[in-house]
Design a protein around this ligand. Structure first.
Ligand code: NDP
Length: 283
């Protein structure tokens, strides 16, 4: 019977650890504040932003909300980021993606001070992660490493296959699995024989963005399957990139959707905020 990796419980444990760390910092006279910037009124972004604000309230981090109109120019957004970069009372800056098409995401991400880039998207933090130096780790992949470690699943020496090579999930995931001494293969839309490559995996991380695409045919008996995908189906229920019912009987452990990887992203964001409060000048 496969182990269901409980992202809700593990993310709760991390948030409670963060809450205790924030209380300790507060006692030392250090307050943590996260600026959350949303441009436009995309309903999915509004839900994510709201969840981040709720998590901040839970762990004791002050959230500074900036809800800007859709027509905000790139220059105006850059000016706000610059102001927050220089504001010593603001520890972290999060710009909710996607941005409206007239604003270049890479220009905005590059403008955030690396020491406040709690999403871990700035090239300086991505580079630090690759060469094993201190910095902020991208929240979703860092959360997946925590899910594995806290479920007593060892990574060292394992065949790890990541499907997807996006900058926010696939690439940093591969780098973090490598850092944990996994033997890592990255697949993408041009990969040949995807099923065969996936069947080599002891740990299969799926971030492909296609609902229920990964069936039992892609999974080795006894593999650990991590489903990053999140999709709303016609019946309003959520599903992942993995066909859970097909894969569950043959894997040794699996993350459900919802309640697997999803809650970890925000928990790791809270963790990064505490890190920024402790080491703002060192990162
Ligand atoms: P992207 O669309 O940016 O990347 C998808 C990747 O999958 C690309 O690298 C693409 O390859 C690859 N791919 C697409 N089709 C195939 C195929 N048929 N065979 C092999 N590879 C393929 O998605 P993200 O990385 O941003 O997100 C992935 C999923 O994770 C989404 O469902 C998203 O909603 C979810 N997500 C969940 C988060 C959470 O907190 N739980 C956080 C972030 C994302 P190529 O590069 O060649 O195009």
């Amino acid at each position: 019977m496969a182990q269901i990796i409980d992202g809700k419980a593990i993310s709760q444990a991390i948030k409670d650890e963060v809450k205790a760390a924030v209380e300790k910092l507060n006692k030392d006279g250090i307050e943590i504040a996260l600026a959350v910037i949303q441009v436009g009124d995309d309903p999915a972004s509004a839900v994510y932003v709201n969840n981040k604000k709720k998590a901040c309230a839970y762990v004791g981090i002050r959230s500074l909300a900036y809800e800007l109109p859709e027509k905000t120019s790139e220059e105006e957004l850059l000016a706000l980021v610059q102001k927050l970069n220089e504001d010593p009372s603001c520890n972290g800056i999060l710009v909710q993606l996607p941005l409206p098409s007239h604003i270049r995401e890479d220009v905005i991400i590059n403008a955030i001070a690396p020491s406040k880039d709690v999403d871990g998207f700035h090239p300086a933090n991505v580079g630090s992660m690759l060469i094993g130096q201190p910095g902020f780790l991208s929240c979703t992949p860092a959360g997946i490493i925590q899910l594995l470690k806290r479920s007593n699943i060892s990574i060292a020496g394992k065949e790890c296959v990541v499907i997807g090579r996006s900058n926010i999930v696939g690439k940093p995931m591969a780098a973090l699995l490598l850092r944990e001494n996994g033997t890592v293969t990255v697949c993408h839309s041009k990969t040949q024989n995807l099923k065969e490559v996936c069947k080599r995996a002891d740990i299969l991380v799926v971030a492909i963005g296609k609902p229920k695409m990964i069936t039992a045919d892609y999974v080795k008996e006894g593999a650990v399957v991590i489903d990053v995908g999140i999709h709303r189906m016609d019946n309003k229920k959520l599903c992942g990139d993995v066909d859970y019912d097909s894969v569950f009987p043959i894997c040794s452990a699996i993350t459900p959707v919802p309640g697997g990887v999803g809650p970890m992203t925000i928990a790791m964001l809270m963790y990064n905020c505490v890190l920024s409060g402790k080491e703002n000048s060192a990162i």
